[in-house]
Design a protein around this ligand. Structure first.
Ligand code: ATP
Length: 381
């Protein structure tokens, strides 16, 4: 299957003010009776992005995807694809295809017939149908299974048939609702990479709905974190993980420690924060949005914290003492729950670079946790 168009090689088009978005969602709201499932969201997605809508159950991800596909009409707002207002267009007139949560492949049809189905309905010439089906079967590595029926396939293979069926129509945008949900963990991880490769080869814009944060982190160019029908934050996986702006995002993606405090001093390149939970003050990198006297939330990821039984030499800032409350050996890393004198529990983790015959720490051991100012992040609320 040939790429639909030349790939734009700029990897972060959203940073280029002159780049036009491919899909524009402008102030879209979707209500079901009195209930607002999607609440006034706006978003611009660029050509060839693999964009993830990420959020917990019921936050409105699928509803937004269905609005984009044309299966739901927005109560308010507009949708533009490639500069054209498609808000009132029915699904079959949009350059969009959707791969559903349940793969919805026909059980009585062979793999190739399932894939050809949509093209036959369009009454395309037989030769073109055959060639497009062959191309797409090759792309998803299912050519040897063309004659099989769905019940003769594994879950992963069925998923590929569903993907092939959506791709064969050559949409400009492919919407995928939890595409990997039915696969077991190992297959899921493998398939994530396949999906990325296929997307990369074709250059089609993919919009993926998922509630799985790791999947979103692996797949995406950018992620929109959703809560209660709204976007909480939009950014690259690194932005969202390393520099979350809100407590919701920080807690939703991975594990994080949050210290509440008051900025005591503004320095040239840092701030000093007084926090009731820690004996020493916290030092954070300078952030132009905060000033002395303000209340802040300082966050630090567990893997950025150093755990030591020895008291660090320079322990003026960002060093707390506590007791090991719990620890877990996860094979590749160990995780620790450390209770400070104030009662606050801090999570830390460390990679097990060497095979360990004996745990480095034990329950009730006193340890020192320390971290760099550059690894903290200040959350807005
Ligand atoms: P999940 O991950 O569980 O699929 P989601 O984020 O995709 O969740 P949606 O399916 O978009 O959530 O649903 C958002 C909210 O809108 C839910 O509270 C749901 O009950 C409600 N909802 C969705 N479709 C309808 C409908 N047709 N009529 C009434 N309420 C609906």
């Amino acid at each position: 299957m040939k790429p639909l168009e030349e790939k734009p090689w700029d990897t972060q088009p959203w940073l280029d003010k002159h780049k036009k978005p491919f899909l524009e969602i402008r102030g879209v709201t979707k209500k079901f009776g009195d209930f607002t499932a999607v609440n006034n969201v706006s978003l611009e997605i660029y050509k060839s992005e693999l964009f993830c809508l990420l959020g917990g159950s019921g936050c409105g991800k699928t509803t937004l995807l269905r609005v984009l596909a044309g299966f739901e009409t927005p109560t308010e707002g507009k949708i533009f694809i490639d500069g054209v207002d498609v808000t009132e267009l029915p699904p079959y007139e949009r350059p969009v295809n959707m791969m559903f949560q349940s793969y919805a492949i026909f059980p009585h049809m062979s793999v190739e017939k399932n894939i050809a189905y949509g093209l036959k309905r369009e009454r395309l010439p037989k030769a073109e149908i055959r060639s497009r089906v062959e191309d797409v079967l090759e792309l998803v590595q299912m050519s040897p299974f063309a004659k099989r029926k769905p019940h003769q396939l594994s879950g992963g293979q069925q998923q590929r048939v569903a993907l092939a069926r959506a791709l064969v129509k050559q949409p400009k945008i492919l919407l995928l609702d939890e595409p990997l949900a039915a696969l077991d963990r190992n297959l899921r991880e493998e398939t994530q990479f396949e999906l990325m490769n296929i997307q990369d080869k074709l250059g089609i814009t993919f919009i993926v709905v998922t509630h799985d944060q790791k999947e979103a982190m692996t797949l995406s160019t950018r992620i929109a974190v959703m809560n209660k029908g709204q976007f909480v934050e939009i950014g690259t996986p690194t932005d969202i993980y390393e520099y979350p702006q809100s407590r919701f995002t920080a807690n939703f993606i991975g594990s994080i420690n949050i210290f509440e405090g008051v900025v005591k001093e503004d320095r040239l390149d840092s701030h000093v924060v007084r926090c009731e939970d820690t004996e020493c003050d916290l030092l954070i990198d300078r952030d132009s949005s905060i000033h002395a006297g303000e209340s802040v939330w300082v966050a630090i990821r567990p893997e950025k914290i150093n755990v030591s039984k020895e008291e660090p030499a320079d322990h003026h800032f960002n060093t707390v003492r506590g007791k090991i409350l719990d620890f877990g050996y996860l094979g590749n890393l160990s995780v620790y729950n450390v209770e400070l004198d104030s009662g606050k529990i801090v999570k830390a983790s460390a990679p097990n670079r060497n095979r360990i015959s004996k745990h480095r720490v034990d329950w009730d051991d006193i340890v020192y946790l320390s971290w760099e100012a550059a690894n903290t992040v200040v959350l807005s609320g």
